[in-house]
Structure formats: C-alpha cells, structure tokens
Design a protein around this ligand. Structure first.
Ligand code: FAD
Length: 532
C-alpha cells in the first residue's frame, strides 16, 4: 500500500488550496484524490462555458433533492466533479461576505475564525486587480477582477440602486457590504481562475504532490479510532492508500458528510439501521445543511439590451470566435454583471439580501427549471436571503458509496426566511420602478403584477426560484453537541481526520460561497501545518 503524510479527498475549492500549501515546503508527501477528470476542457477556462458544462455529465455530478414541502419546485443540484471542483463550473462571482459572518462563527464556538484572523487570510490569498487598500490582497495566488464592461443597462441598474439609497461601490467586497456595483470575479484576462488553476496547476510539478483523478473514495480506513487511510475505486479496481499523518476530507458539503457516515461517523442509530459499524456517534454529521434560495423577478425590456439572442446560431459562433481569438466579449464574463447588498426592511443593522442582475430572461413553466431563453428581450433580477435560518440535512440511505445521499434543504422553515423572500421581491420591484430604468423596462413577467399578497408572492417564488448551489454547514465546526469538527477542523471523537471545505461553516456567509470555501482551505492549511 502506498503511504503519504497527508491524503486530501476532493480537489475542489478547499482541496486545491490545501494541496498547494501542504506540499509547498517539500517536507511532506501529499496525495490529492479526485473523483472527476482533469480540467483541460476549454468549457472550464472560458467563464461562460459553465452553462454547457452544467448540463453534461462529464465534469459535474447531479444530485437529486428531496423536498418535503410539495409547493417547492423540483430541483437537481449540480456539483463540480473535476480538478477545481465546483470552482471550475461556477459563475465566478467572488464575494467574501460580511466581516460579522466570521465574528458570528467565532461567537458560535469557532474560536480563531473571527474577521481579525480570516480577513488576514483573505489578504494573503488574493491578487486583486484593484490594488491594495488595507482590506484587499495583492500578490497572492488568487486573481480577482471587477466586471470590465459598462453597458447602459448595467449603469442604469446601478443608478437605480443609488436612488434607493445604496452607495455605488468600485469594490463590492469592502468592509461595509451595503451598496451596489459591478461584480468582482475570479477571472484573469478573460480566463476563469478556478481553485485548480490558481493553486493546483502551479504546484503540480512538485515531486511530493501526487494527484490522482477519476478515483472515487469509498470510505476512510481506521485502526481503532485513528484514521489511517482511504479505500478507493478506480474502474473495477479497489485501491487503498495509507496516511502517516492525516486524512483530510474536502469532498464538499454533500459528500464529506456522506463519507463520514459511510465510514462509521454519524448518528449511531442511523448508521446501525444501515448495518454500518459505528466508530463515533456524532449526531451532527449531515445536519445543519444551509442553502440560499434564489427569488426571481423577470421583466420584459423595451429595448434590445439583453443577451437572449447571443447564445445560439451565428451569434454564438461569433461570440465564441471573439473569445478564442481575443479572450474578450460575452463568453469571457461572469454569470452576473451587477451586484447589490441591501437591507430589504427597516430596522436591520446589516444587509439581509444579495441582489444580482442577469441580462437575460428564461422561458417559464413546467415543474423543473429549464435553461431556454425567451424569444424577446428581457432580464432577470435574482435576490437571495444572505443568512437563512432554515436547516436541512444530507443523510445516506444505504451503505453503498455509489448511492446518493438523501438531500433535504428544508427551505423556508422559519417565518423570518419566508418574510425575507417576500421583502426581496418587493425590494426588487421598487428597484425596477426607479426613474433610471424607465427607458429600459417594459413589464414584469415574473412573478407578474397580479401576484401581490405575501402568500401569492411566496407561493410563486417557491415554484419559480432555484437553489444558488451554496450548500454548506453539514459538518459544522464548533464546540456544541452537534459540532462535527472542532475549531481546528479535527473530527471530534477520532484522531488523524479533518474536514476542510464548505461543510464546516456553522452558518452561511453573506454571499456566494467559493471565496469562503477557499479561505477555509487557507486557514485549514495553517492549522494543519501548525500541528505537523
Ligand atoms: C453551478 C454552481 C455555480 C456556483 N456559482 C458560484 C459563484 O458564482 N460564486 C461563488 O462564490 N460560489 C459559487 N458556487 C458555489 C461554490 O463554487 C462552492 O460553494 C464551492 O466551490 C465549494 O467548495 P468545496 O471545496 O466545499 O467543494 P467542491 O468545490 O464542490 O469540491 C469537492 C470535490 O470533491 C470531489 N469529491 C467528492 N466526493 C468524492 C469522493 N468520494 N472521492 C473523490 N473525490 C470526491 C468532487 O468531485 C469535487 O471535485 C457555485 C456552485 C455551483 C455548483
């Protein structure tokens, strides 16, 4: 059996950061194991290529979602399954969240994760094209840049936000999040910056870092309560690898809890019911699933200012050609161009919603979300509650590693979450009614102006919205009985095992989760190296 010091399971946002930093000084042999293939396809490096990738099976795994609330739209969650993980197939928005998010984690028991520490980690990790200002980082491995094109419609959207009281921001990742401006993105010169291209590619030539792709980890191997290695499947072959120091799970919020449960760490009753020997009774494994729900307001335009006709036929060819020749144009841009963080109700002390503008509109109808553009010009505004309280779960249903876990997001379980969704729709309607947009927008097509009462709005957003694909929290860190890992990310009750990915977040950060997943990898590396 081949032996390494550290084995990292999953080459996603956090796993790539770990692979780089743990192998950096050459002292340790590091194995990084990834279920998916390498990330050489141009559909990854071209930022807009993710639309096509998400519909394929090659670099993405699709998970069924079980809604107990039958009023919810049917959902399938895609997760990146390639080097870079979900950072290779995401919308490239870069959002750190609010400093208070990290202070909240610390207050919940995650000692050492407050903004004073995490703000510094961000600075070390980043290379922000806007330059240093005491908050941003420059010279780090992760390049970040603002959306470069200023279209009249985007400018009008920002002006509309300003007339509602939001400050115009050059950098939407400042310490005070409230405001509106162009999105910050993980894109450099028109090319996606994934966790793989930023952290793994530069480290791949190191002799002490071995990267295995298309290898699916089935369980963690234990001697007593010490994790000593992993069992994997590659095609028909079963392979074991041994870890001299630690096994680190970075398989993401759906598969890290799945792997713990398959390996005997989870709710003892649940595991015994599936015939799995219990190594550690840990009732929090798979609980505390947090996810953002995107509420959509769609509007017809009076002017031909959307991208609805740009992704088919001759125009797609021209856009692709422009991209491959010059790395410019539509295909070089992120999922959204303008982003705002707002307080949707009076009396709040910090923004409770992220509102993003997407310059396209989609055909509605049917039980499942479709990705077909409307045959006229339109736009979508996407708004989600930053810190939802609802908690779902990810639980295995059998001892077979190939079986998907049962995923229950449990959206809208609290009154605050329901009220915030309704406030978000009303806030977006007010934004779209501002004078700055009067020459652009024509009429609301979703939810539709006949939808006015709270109940009507909630019922429509449940049927027309979507997950934002930010699943987090299923192996939360902390010190209470439901905490799966301690603040040093060590799995409680066993040794030689950590979890380092988005699953350790005690609560969601106020924004998209890729930045936080990578900073967890960065901070996690510091903690591991401190103990090495
Ligand atoms: C479609 C989409 C769009 C998104 N858009 C944005 C955005 O614009 N901005 C933003 O900030 N966030 C976005 N996100 C969210 C963000 O990308 C994720 O939160 C983040 O990448 C999660 O990082 P992670 O390290 O926890 O897991 P991941 O990056 O998902 O990595 C987990 C890795 O582990 C591998 N793995 C899992 N199980 C096994 C196993 N058993 N054996 C071997 N390997 C395994 C997986 O294949 C994967 O590569 C988006 C996500 C998706 C899916």
């Amino acid at each position: 059996m081949d032996t390494f010091d550290y084995i990292i399971v999953g080459a996603g946002s956090a796993g790539c950061v770990l692979a780089n930093r743990l192998s950096e000084d050459g002292r340790f042999r590091v194995l990084l194991v990834e279920a998916g293939p390498t990330d050489g396809t141009p559909l990854i490096s071209m930022p807009k290529g993710f639309g096509a990738l998400l519909q394929s099976q090659s670099h993405v795994r699709h998970f069924d979602v079980a809604h107990e609330d039958k009023a919810m739209r049917k959902e399938i969650w895609p997760k990146g399954m390639t080097l870079g993980g979900s950072s290779s197939v995401n919308g490239t928005l870069y959002v750190r969240g609010q400093p208070q998010d990290y202070d909240d984690w610390e207050a919940l028991g995650a000692a050492g994760w407050g903004w004073d520490v995490i703000g510094e980690c961000y600075k070390q990790m980043e290379d922000n094209s806007l330059g240093a200002d005491g908050v941003r980082g420059v010279g780090g491995p992760l390049h970040i840049s603002p959306h470069p094109d200023r279209s009249p419609l985007s400018e009008a959207m920002i002006d509309a936000g300003v007339s509602l009281g939001l400050k115009r921001r050059e950098d939407t990742n400042g310490l005070d999040q409230e405001g509106i401006g162009y999105t910050m993105r993980t894109i450099k010169d028109g090319v996606r910056v994934s966790a793989s291209s930023a952290f793994l590619h530069p480290a791949k030539k190191r002799k002490n870092l071995i990267v295995e792709t298309r290898v699916f980890v089935e369980k963690i191997l234990f001697e007593g309560t010490r994790a000593v290695g992993i069992r994997c499947r590659q095609g028909d072959q079963s392979i074991d690898y041994k870890a001299g120091k630690e096994v680190i799970l970075s398989a993401g919020s759906l598969q890290s809890p799945q792997l713990l449960q398959l390996s005997g760490i989870g709710s003892a009753d649940h595991l015994r019911g599936l015939g799995i020997d219990v190594i550690q009774d840990s009732p929090g494994v798979g609980q505390n699933l947090r996810e953002h729900w995107m509420n959509i307001v769609q509007q017809k335009l009076q002017v031909p200012a959307s991208t609805n006709f740009q992704f088919g036929g001759f125009r797609l060819l021209v856009n692709a050609l422009q991209y491959f020749l010059f790395k410019r144009g539509l295909m070089s841009t992120s999922s959204h161009e303008v982003i705002g963080f707002a307080k949707t109700r009076p009396g709040l002390d910090r923004p409770d919603a992220e509102i993003v503008f997407a310059p396209f509109s989609l055909v509605q109808g049917g039980e499942e979300a479709k990705f077909a553009f409307e045959p006229w010009h339109g736009i979508q505004m996407h708004g989600f509650q930053l810190r939802p309280e609802s908690q779902g779960s990810v639980m295995i249903k059998s001892a077979d590693p190939a079986d998907q876990p049962v995923i229950k997001p449990n959206y809208f379980a609290t009154e605050n979450d329901r009220q915030t969704a309704i406030s978000i729709v009303r806030y977006i309607r007010e934004l779209l009614a501002q004078p700055a947009l009067k020459d652009f927008v024509a009429e609301e097509t979703l939810p539709g102006l006949d939808v006015q009462s709270d109940d009507e709005i909630l019922s429509v957003v449940k049927k027309t919205g979507s997950s934002v694909f930010h699943a987090s929290g299923t192996c939360k860190m902390g010190q209470d009985d439901m905490a799966v890992v301690d603040p040093e990310l060590r799995v409680r009750g066993v040794s030689g095992l950590r979890v380092v990915d988005a699953s350790v977040m005690p609560t969601l950060v106020s924004g998209n989760t890729n930045a936080a997943a990578m900073v967890i990898g960065w901070r996690g590396s510091d903690l591991i190296l401190k103990d090495a």
